[in-house]
Design a protein around this ligand. Structure first.
Ligand code: FES
Length: 351
């Protein structure tokens, strides 16, 4: 590994202390917070689409991950935009009711590989609900680059949940190569007449066919799981290659007794060594290494428990693991995700 990549990797594993410097109520249930490092030299640059993972002192050392919604060119600060969840899970209660201007909090440096490919192909940014946050950061980035077709397609319930409408319109102003298309599932004829949206109802293949000229697109999408499944089917049905569609999910915990989890004969009874704590345990067919570690009294970081956020990344000192599904983001050599892996034989973890 080069000195530069070692330095970059060290910066990414750093924790940053941040202070809330601005708070904006974006809509009824979404608040945006602008955060600056308390040490101005501690700003770690990010790429559009990456997220911050916050330590909020939630139960079990969990971390809450939120995509950065601001422009990567806006140096020295990060903006996150948080939807209030019904049970306040994932830290949304904290950001909505406790985090005020002046509040200090700690986060891991920006991470994630849901980022724009480094080429000049036409782009579709497709988002549902609060999935607009990475798309907005990407739109900022694309607007600063060489002109190329960009379709910013957003689906939400109605005008009351249409976040960042003015900001998106402002970015597209004077850039005719950026097209903004919005669908309201429960909008009104007035919304259409006033140009708040271009479609009433659910987005589907016919709408996309009508909006998108044939082209060699790369697609980046983010939103609820059902939305992304439907959009992927619609886009591949229109002839786009599955490999050109990238997505970021909002992960949900795997069920504790997931049917995917069945220890094989080779896995049963193998030794799992926790190198840092010096603990040796015998694998018992737990759902995954995260649950196994927790059952031994350890408290690794986690957030999504679904192989999406990267919070449970851990060093594998010896041995091999297998995944139910390969991690969404490629991992650095010698690193694994605990929440979706199991030992293939005796292993030693840096835990
Ligand atoms: S907890 Fe999110 S990837 Fe494991």
């Amino acid at each position: 590994m080069s000195y530069e990549s070692l330095a970059a990797s060290a910066a990414r594993s750093a924790e940053i202390e941040l202070e809330v410097v601005e708070r904006v109520q974006q809509s009824r249930n979404v608040v945006s917070l602008t955060l600056r490092p308390t040490d101005p030299t501690g700003f770690v640059p990010f790429r559009a689409g990456q997220h911050l993972a916050f330590r909020l002192g939630l139960p079990q050392r969990s971390v809450a991950t939120y995509t950065i919604s601001s422009s990567p060119r806006d140096r020295g600060r990060y903006r996150i935009s948080v939807k209030h969840e019904p049970q306040g899970q994932g830290g949304s209660d904290y950001f909505h009711s406790k985090a005020q201007v002046g509040t200090r909090l700690r986060a891991l440096a920006p991470r994630g590989s849901f980022v724009l490919a480094e080429d000049n192909r036409p782009v579709i940014l497709l988002s549902g609900g609060i999935g607009i946050t990475p798309a907005l950061s990407m739109l900022h980035e694309l607007a600063q680059g060489a002109p190329r077709p960009v379709y910013f397609i957003h689906a939400c319930s109605d005008a009351s949940e249409h976040n960042f409408q003015q900001e998106v319109a402002g970015i597209a102003r004077g850039r005719p190569w950026i097209r903004i298309l919005t669908a309201y599932a429960a909008g009104s004829a007035d919304d259409l007449a006033h140009g708040n949206c271009q479609h009433l109802g659910i987005l589907d293949r016919d709408m996309l066919r009508g909006w998108l000229p044939l082209d060699d697109y790369r697609v980046y999408m983010c939103g609820p799981g059902g939305f992304m499944d439907a959009m992927r089917a619609a886009l591949t049905g229109l002839g786009l290659a599955d490999s050109d569609i990238r997505q970021e999910s909002f992960g949900s915990p795997l069920p504790a007794n997931s049917a995917q989890v069945r220890p094989t004969a080779e896995q049963s009874g193998v030794e799992v060594r926790f190198g840092r704590t010096g603990l040796d345990s015998t694998w018992n067919g737990a759902a995954n290494l995260l649950e196994f570690a927790e059952a031994q009294g350890l408290s690794p970081d986690f957030s999504c428990r679904a192989g999406v956020c990267g919070s449970c990344q851990c060093g594998l000192l010896n041995g091999e693991v297998e995944y139910d599904e390969e991690p969404l983001d490629p991992l650095p050599p010698g690193q694994i995700l605990l929440c979706c892996s199991r030992p293939k034989g005796p292993i030693e973890l840096d835990l």
